[in-house]
Design a protein around this ligand. Sequence first.
Ligand code: MN
Length: 196
Amino acid sequence: MIRTGTVQRRTAETDIIVELALDGNQASSISTGIGFFDHMLTLFAKHGRFGLVVKANGDTYVDAHHTVEDVGLALGQALVKVLGDKVGIERYGDAWVPMDEALTQVVVDLSGRPYLVFQGEWSTPVLGGNFETELVEDFFQAFAMSGAMNLHVRNLYGRNTHHIIESMFKATGRALRKAVTINLDIVGVNSTKGTI
Ligand SMILES: [Mn+2]
């Protein structure tokens, strides 16, 4: 069984299609008009072993904010849609990912209770010419809220801004891979409440 779903999200600011396949280790195809963001989403998909298609046409002549935030919202919506009733999934996942001198820890709970804890600081305000690095937190905020997850993204240290942010996206992919994994020992949903 391949768990897959599509979300289309259109506003006056952005027009976005996200296709997410949790299984099958399919190739990703990312096009947002923001090169650094494409690079991050490609890493996220690769290290999460997600089949991910993102096509975004946004008002990047303004800046990258609307597009980055709305892709986060659409990706979270796609995850909720694909997971459905969450029967049998591990629910929790975590990962430590280094990138050279940078180290990031991500812990996720697909709890249905949206919450973001974000710890990260860096020196470079813009990467790739049109990606304002403060948008990293906005992306994770949108993703955690619309994905109804408790997400902790914690960079411990690092010098190079590209490395720090890259370790965050890779670690999030890896943590989510664990959380969405189906465990046949789990009867129903993985909660004493009977629902997540
Ligand atoms: Mn890179």
